[in-house]
Every structure is written in structure tokens, then in C-alpha cells.
Design a protein around this ligand. Structure first.
Ligand code: ZN
Length: 251
């Protein structure tokens, strides 16, 4: 009956990690009614929107009404802050679990039953958007040098890089994007730059915020240096520990 609810209020203000894991175990278990993909897709979309403002949803009944408030009339969903922090801390494993269970579910309808291909398809359900628009914005405010190695970059060698790897943050937001030379971008790949770059990134974002046209952007409105620091440390906790540094730095 819970999917018919139009408004749900959170029942508990505080949850332990163990209690939240129990909710997820229930959602992934056969006890939860998974007649469609919507629960998995909802979890995926919450994970993908952790660093944006608004999320909406429908796993209310399964979680004992403790994880979020929702109001379909207002198209709003408010996550319990403990749950929000839980999802940030266990983001990677939750992504894997959700993809896996979504794949298992989809497999029933897949003629070939090829789970390997299916998992790839599931991974790519949320495609990264084009970064061209971010290049246009960033290129008018930076000094023409690679964020990481400091080398002067020609336009054709300029890449837009996700400071916190895309595979973790799963979103394109200006405060997490820098212009890097192709060498740095390609060698950094899915790695996290080492910690001194976190401070450089915070300083870079301060300078973006000082520009009114950028400060009023929707993605910059949700930025704070604390969020970036938290995200950096969450990604380390989620296994991004193979820290990257540029091969050659021009000081
Ligand atoms: Zn570089």
C-alpha cells in the first residue's frame, strides 16, 4: 500500500548504521516487493543526486518510514540527515549492490541471460552529460594552465576533469570540474589527486564563488568547502586510495 501514499513523514530522527543496513538488506531481499525496477532506480537516483539539491522517491514503506519525508504534491523529498550521511559514506558499495540487484532483476527479462553485459548496461544507465558547456564556463575564468601540473594548455589539449572521480560522484557540477591538460586528465583517469590538491581546489572554488555570474549557478549554490572536503574523504573511505600526482609539475 505504501506506494500509494502521497505524503510521508519520517518517524525516526536518528538511525544507526546497523539499522540503515537492515533497511537496505530488506529492500534487496525477496521480502521487498520488486515487481518493477523502481526501487533500484530510486536508490540509484538518490546516489546520483547526493550532491545536488532535490531528490524524489518511493521506498518509504520498505524502510519503516524512517529514511525520508516526501510530498508528491510539492514533488519534494527530504532525506533523514543520518541516512544522507550513511549514503555518502557507503556510496560505492551501495552503488554496487543496487546495480547488482537491478541486474539480477533485469536478467529475468533478458533472453541471453548474460549478466556480464547486463551489469555494464546497468553501470551506464546514468550517462555522464557533455562536459562542453563546463569547458565554455571554465575557460573564460582560468589562467590557461593545467589545474594539476601548471603547464600552459592549448585549447585542443584542454580536458574537463572531475576532481573527485566521476565514478564516485556520478554528477557533473562546476565546483568539481577543472581544466587539465590531456596528459594529466588521461593519467589521472579514475583516481583521486593527492590531498594537497584538495586545498588548491577549495581555493579555486573560492575564486569561482567571488564571481557573481558563477555564484548564482544552481550547482554552485549547493557547494561548500566542507562538502568538498567530506566528499574527498568519503571517496578515500570508499576505496579511492590510489592517489595520483602529475608526472611533472611546473611551479
Ligand atoms: Zn597537466
Amino acid at each position: 500500500m505504501s506506494h500509494k501514499l502521497q505524503v510521508g513523514e519520517m518517524k525516526a530522527a536518528y538511525l544507526t548504521d546497523k539499522e540503515i543496513w537492515a533497511h537496505f538488506n530488506f529492500i534487496y531481499s525477496p521480502k521487498s516487493k520488486n515487481s518493477t525496477t523502481y526501487k533500484f532506480v530510486l536508490i540509484k537516483s538518490i546516489l546520483e543526486n547526493l550532491y545536488k539539491i532535490n531528490v524524489m522517491g518511493a521506498i518509504y514503506g520498505d524502510t519503516g518510514c524512517t529514511i525520508y519525508d516526501f510530498d508528491n504534491g510539492k514533488e519534494q523529498l527530504k532525506l533523514n540527515s543520518t541516512f544522507y550521511s550513511f549514503m555518502q559514506r557507503f556510496q560505492r558499495v551501495l552503488n554496487y549492490l543496487t546495480n547488482y540487484h537491478l541486474a539480477l532483476f533485469l536478467e529475468k527479462f533478458n533472453e541471453k541471460g548474460d549478466t556480464t553485459n547486463l551489469l555494464l548496461k546497468v553501470e551506464n544507465v546514468s550517462k555522464r552529460s557533455s562536459l562542453d558547456q563546463f569547458y565554455q564556463v571554465l575557460s573564460s575564468f582560468y589562467n590557461g594552465k593545467c589545474f594539476y601540473c601548471g603547464k600552459t594548455i592549448k585549447k585542443e589539449n584542454a580536458h574537463v576533469d572531475h576532481f573527485i572521480p566521476w565514478s564516485f560522484v556520478q554528477a557533473d557540477q562546476l565546483w568539481n570540474l577543472v581544466i587539465a591538460c590531456s596528459t594529466c586528465n588521461l593519467s589521472k583517469s579514475d583516481k583521486l589527486a593527492n590531498e594537497p590538491f584538495l586545498e588548491t581546489m577549495i581555493d579555486r572554488n573560492e575564486s569561482l564563488i567571488s564571481i557573481t555570474a558563477l555564484r548564482i549557478r544552481e550547482d554552485m549554490q549547493v557547494y561548500s568547502s566542507k562538502k568538498l572536503k567530506d566528499l574527498y574523504h568519503f571517496s578515500v573511505e570508499n576505496g579511492f586510495t590510489d592517489f595520483w600526482v602529475p608526472k611533472k609539475m611546473i611551479l
